[in-house]
Structure formats: structure tokens, C-alpha cells
Ligand binder design. Structure first.
Ligand SMILES: Cc1cc2nc3c(=O)[nH]c(=O)nc-3n(C[C@H](O)[C@H](O)[C@H](O)COP(=O)(O)OP(=O)(O)OC[C@H]3O[C@@H](n4cnc5c(N)ncnc54)[C@H](O)[C@@H]3O)c2cc1C
Ligand SMILES: *[C@@H]1O[C@H](CO)[C@@H](O)[C@H](O)[C@H]1NC(C)=O
Ligand SMILES: *[C@@H]1O[C@H](CO)[C@@H](O)[C@H](O)[C@H]1NC(C)=O
Ligand SMILES: *[C@@H]1O[C@H](CO)[C@@H](O)[C@H](O)[C@H]1NC(C)=O
Length: 490
């Protein structure tokens, strides 16, 4: 998704962002009794940090400052047994808690809390098994580390597309990847979950061991317990081609034509792009990522995109880790809202409407402290679910492929929160109506949960699967322990 930004404009923000943690001073209140009880029962593999402690700030930190909350303590579990112990204690006391993987949720309270923050960072192993062509991946990792660990084995996974994204939230919500055209979403490639159930039982969930729970975990986030490890299919990989381009406002028309051409005509499943219509520092700008799963894309595929003049670009044959590092992102610490509109096709007219939305809201929101107003065009092939037909909680429909357009707005002043929230909804409505007016049948298109606003109804994301997910939830978590954690709730 979006949010790659012109790096020079962001330098000032990086500096501000780096200073923020200094402002976090512990106040001299008594430690929370629930935190003290957790501290007493956990093994030496785990730790509890109170406000002011060394790991507290990183434990509650999120990519979006608007998603961070001050918890009573941070618990870093180092074993699934200790995860079970924490669930038992918060369940007994009905203490709110949160589970954080990479901390990239932009909805407040999804992986943050004013109660007990569980930070999964100690689950950080990657174990590749050449025989089964799978990898066991700790739930505290970000994809950068996973790619780095798998690269020496010449394999890769269907994982994150930019730097810093957590394995856990990405995989528990769906997972649109550079390899999605070939292998489906990340949920389509999970073969096992190591799960701590809400009743404290630790087990491995597979299609064979528990088909209902296996289905529910493929999109159902933290409703069914805490995942400590994912086993994913791996795929051969010996280098990729790709990188980024920044395109000035004056060249956006030419680029839009090239993007529309790519969306309509490129059928090679190894090729993919993200084209981002943005508005940064008072200017329209496009940032774009090109990807080919192989060191040399066949001639023709990217010619039109590469012919567009750029302000800055870095596209080459390289390793996956070099690619992930090369694509510049905005800084952490901005307030962020993310929204999505499912569309069937990025036509030239729809792209023009999206470009206009970006410029319109960029201007409108500039006085409110806008840093980024971006719309990420993420085209995928129309047969990705036909070739990966297994039932998953998300997406609820597999006979059509809805493309998850991502609206992603970032700002600084907290008092502007309501303005940005209202704007992202208004803009989403304009795009939705425009797609419908073009004859795109998107009425039943599911919204991608990992991009959706927190108030999105379950039926808008999980469609016909909602009743089934409610049923499974009742069996796995009759006392609704996981209801003490935020997020979309069954
Ligand atoms: C810059 C950026 C780029 C992105 N790019 C993409 C992309 O290319 N494709 C895509 O599909 N999405 C993308 N996303 C969306 C991303 O998938 C979600 O933000 C995702 O939830 C992030 O996972 P995380 O572990 O970092 O999040 P977190 O905030 O840590 O967690 C998100 C949710 O998962 C739950 N959770 C986390 N760990 C566990 C666990 N161990 N057990 C149970 N529940 C858990 C949390 O409680 C929370 O509800 C992007 C987001 C950003 C900000
Ligand atoms: C967290 O606490 C610090 C220090 O007391 C305070 O400056 C900050 O505003 C608090 N953050 C939130 C989100 O409440
Ligand atoms: C990975 O590929 C490289 C280049 O093709 C090769 O030299 C190396 O031996 C391979 N490594 C493994 C573990 O197969
Ligand atoms: C641009 O978008 C705004 C806001 O949706 C709308 O009012 C305006 O008519 C649009 N302009 C064009 C040329 O489409």
C-alpha cells in the first residue's frame, strides 16, 4: 500500500519523530496490580516493563502515533506458556489488553491499550525446512527479517511489500503481496498456526487438526487467541527486479496513461506495481513501486512506466532485501487514517477521479496539518482466487477479485483527527460512486480488513462468512477473553 513519500520533504519529520520518546516521562504512580501479578508468574524467558522502564516506550510504540496508547505495562512474552499465563490473568480480572506484532495498525486500540500491552517481539525465529518447502516464522517479526533469513536458501514467502510491516497482523488479516498474482494472499499460504487459545491451551492449528479454526484464523485477527508462530509455504526465489519512482505533478497525466495500460494489458503474474497518487508539501506527486519476480523482466511490460520522467528513481535487478530497503517510506510518528474502496478495474477515468481526489483533499487539508494524502492503486490479476480456491475468512468471495484501493491520510495535529476522518470517508464515497457509475458491480465487494476504518461493519469485510465466524468464536472463546483486546470483533 501507499505512503511512500518524497524523502527530502520528510527529513524534518524524522528529526521530530526521533525526539518524541524523550517526552515520555514516567509519572510516579504505583505499579498496576495486574502487571505485578503477571510479573510474578512468568518465566525468565519473558519480562514486564513498567512506564519509564527501558523497553516500555518501544513496547507501546506504533508506526502511527495516533495508534499508540499508554498501557499500564508492557509484557514481552518469550514462551507460549507465558502467553497463556497472561491470558489467564487478564481474563480473570477482565483487564483490557492488546497484542502487537509489527504495530502497523492505524486504528486506535487495535494493537494498543490503556491496559496490558503484549508485545510479541521475542517470537523472532525463522526456521526453513527445505524438505517440506515451508518456513516457521515467529509472530514478533517484521517481513524484512523474514526475507533476510530466507534469502540464503534461495526461497521467499508471500509477505509484506514495504519495510517494517509485521508478519502477524498482515497474515491474520489477509496479506496482499508482490507474489499474490502467483500464489494468492498470505492467508492462502499458511499451513499451520501455533496458537495460544483463550482458555490457555497451546496447540498447532492445521486444516487437518481443526478445519473451522484454521479457516477462521485466515482473516480473523485476534478473535481466536494469540498466534505465536506461523508456518508458511516457501517459493523458489533467486533475485527480483524492481524499485521506486517519484513523478512530478506535471508528468502525472503521462504516468496515469502508463498505469492504466499496465492494469489493462499486463498478464504476466510475476509483474506487479503499486502506483500512489499523493499530495505532499502542497504539491501533487506520484510515488510508484515496480516489481518483477525474477532478475530480468521480459521486454515490454514496464516500458511505458519507465518512459515517464522521474524526480528520483531507483529501479534495478537486485535481492528482495535490497529492494525492501530501497523503497523510501514516510517517517513513523504521524497520525494516520486508512480506508479502502473495493474496485474491479482501474480504468483511465477512475484513475483521473482518484488523481483529482488526491489534489482536492491535499489542498483542502493542508491548513489542518496534512503531511500525506495518498491513494494507492494496487492492481492484481482477475484469477488470483480461482487458482487459490481454499476457503478463508477473508475474502468472503472468491469468484471475483476486488482490488483494495487504499486511502491513506497522515497529519500531525491531534485536534485535526475528526477532519481527516470525515475527509477520508467523503473521498471514499466519491470513488465508490464513480466506480458504480462506470458500471463496476462493487456493491458486494468486501473491504480489506487491514485497510478498513475501525467502524467498518463485519458484514462489509467478511460478508457471508460472518455467521460462521460468530459460531466458531463462541466455541473457541466462550468467555470472550479476546473481547478484552480491541479490533474487529466477532
Ligand atoms: C506503511 C504500510 C504498508 C502496508 N502495506 C501493506 C501491503 O502491502 N499489503 C497488505 O496486505 N497490507 C499492508 N499494510 C497493512 C498491514 O497489513 C496492517 O497494518 C497489518 O495489520 C500490520 O501488521 P502488524 O503486525 O504490523 O500490526 P499490529 O498493529 O501489530 O497488529 C494488527 C492486528 O493484528 C493483531 N495481532 C497482532 N499480532 C497478533 C498475534 N500474534 N496474535 C493475534 N493477533 C495479533 C493485533 O491485535 C491487531 O488487531 C500496510 C500498512 C502500512 C502502515
Ligand atoms: C502518554 O504519557 C505521556 C507522559 O505522561 C504523555 O506525554 C502522552 O501524551 C501520553 N500519551 C497518550 C496517548 O495518552
Ligand atoms: C542460491 O543461488 C545461488 C545463485 O544461483 C547459488 O550460488 C547458491 O548456491 C544457492 N544457494 C542454495 C542454498 O541453494
Ligand atoms: C474534484 O473532486 C472534488 C471533490 O470530490 C469535486 O468537487 C470536483 O468536482 C472534482 N473535479 C473534477 C474536475 O472532477
Amino acid at each position: 500500500m501507499g505512503s511512500i513519500t518524497f524523502s527530502k520533504a520528510m527529513t524534518r519529520l524524522t528529526v521530530l519523530g526521533a525526539l518524541l520518546p524523550l517526552a515520555l516521562h514516567a509519572t510516579a504512580t504505583a505499579p498496576d496490580p495486574v502487571c505485578l501479578q503477571i510479573q510474578k508468574v512468568i518465566s525468565r524467558a519473558s519480562a514486564v516493563f513498567l512506564p519509564g522502564d527501558e523497553h516500555y516506550a518501544s513496547g507501546i510504540a506504533h508506526w502511527a502515533s495516533s495508534s499508540s496508547q499508554n498501557s499500564t505495562c508492557v509484557m514481552e512474552p518469550g514462551s507460549s506458556k507465558d502467553v497463556a499465563a497472561v491470558l489467564r490473568i487478564v481474563g480473570q480480572h477482565e483487564t483490557p489488553f492488546a497484542v502487537k506484532g509489527g504495530g502497523h495498525a492505524s486504528n486506535v486500540g487495535f494493537s494498543s491499550t490503556t491496559g496490558v500491552q503484549i508485545a510479541m517481539s521475542r517470537f523472532s525465529d525463522v526456521k526453513y525446512d527445505a524438505h517440506s518447502q515451508t518456513a516457521e516464522i515467529g509472530a514478533g517479526l517484521v517481513w524484512d527479517d523474514v526475507y533476510a533469513a530466507l534469502e540464503p536458501h534461495n526461497v521467499s514467502v508471500v509477505g509484506g511489500r514495504v519495510s517494517g510491516i509485521g508478519v502477524a497482523g498482515f497474515t491474520l488479516g489477509g496479506g496482499y503481496s508482490w507474489l499474490t498474482n502467483q500464489h494468492g494472499l498470505t492467508v492462502d499460504t499458511v499451513v499451520a498456526y501455533e496458537l495460544v487459545k483463550p482458555n490457555g491451551q497451546v496447540g498447532v492449528v492445521t486444516e487437518a487438526s481443526d478445519p473451522d479454526l484454521f479457516f477462521a484464523l485466515k482473516g480473523g485477527f485476534n478473535n481466536f487467541g494469540i498466534v505465536t508462530k506461523f508456518t508458511l509455504k516457501t517459493f523458489p526465489s533467486t533475485g527480483i527486479w524492481g524499485g521506486f519512482q517519484f513523478i512530478a505533478g506535471s508528468d502525472i497525466a503521462q504516468n496515469t496513461a502508463a498505469v492504466a495500460d499496465f492494469c489493462a494489458n499486463v498478464k504476466d503474474p510475476k509483474a506487479n506495481i503499486i502506483a500512489d497518487y499523493g499530495f505532499v508539501s502542497g504539491q501533487p506527486i506520484m510515488s510508484q513501486i515496480l516489481f518483477y519476480d525474477g532478475p530480468n523482466p521480459p521486454a515490454g511490460i514496464f516500458d511505458k512506466l519507465l518512459a515517464v520522467p522521474t524526480m528520483l528513481a531507483d529501479v534495478s535487478s537486485r535481492s528482495m532485501t535490497s529492494f525492501i530497503k530501497a523503497v523510501p517510506l514516510g517517517t513513523a510518528g504521524l497520525r494516520i487514517t486508512s480506508h479502502t474502496v473495493p474496485v474491479l478495474q482501474f480504468t483511465p477515468s477512475l484513475l483521473n477521479i482518484i488523481a483529482n481526489e488526491s489534489a482536492f483533499w491535499g489542498n483542502q487539508l493542508a491548513p489542518k496539518g496534512a503531511q500525506l494524502v495518498t491513494y494507492a492503486i494496487e492492481p492484481f490479476q482477475a484469477d488470483i482466487f480461482k487458482r487459490n480456491p481454499d476457503k478463508t475468512a477473508y475474502p468472503p468471495v472468491r469468484d471475483a477479485v476486488f482490488l483494495p484501493l487504499n486511502l491513506y491520510f497522515a497529519w500531525l495535529p491531534p485536534q485535526s483527527d475528526d477532519d481527516f476522518h470525515a475527509a477520508v470517508i467523503a473521498s471514499g464515497d466519491v470513488i465508490r460512486k464513480a466506480a458504480l457509475a462506470e458500471g463496476q458491480d462493487i456493491t458486494n465487494g468486501p473491504l480489506y480488513p487491514n485497510y478498513a476504518l475501525s467502524e467498518t461493519p463485519l458484514s462489509a469485510m467478511y460478508g457471508k462468512n460472518v455467521a460462521e465466524l460468530h459460531r466458531i468464536k463462541k466455541i473457541v472463546d466462550p468467555k470472550n477473553v479476546m473481547g478484552l483486546a480491541g479490533g474487529f470483533k466477532f
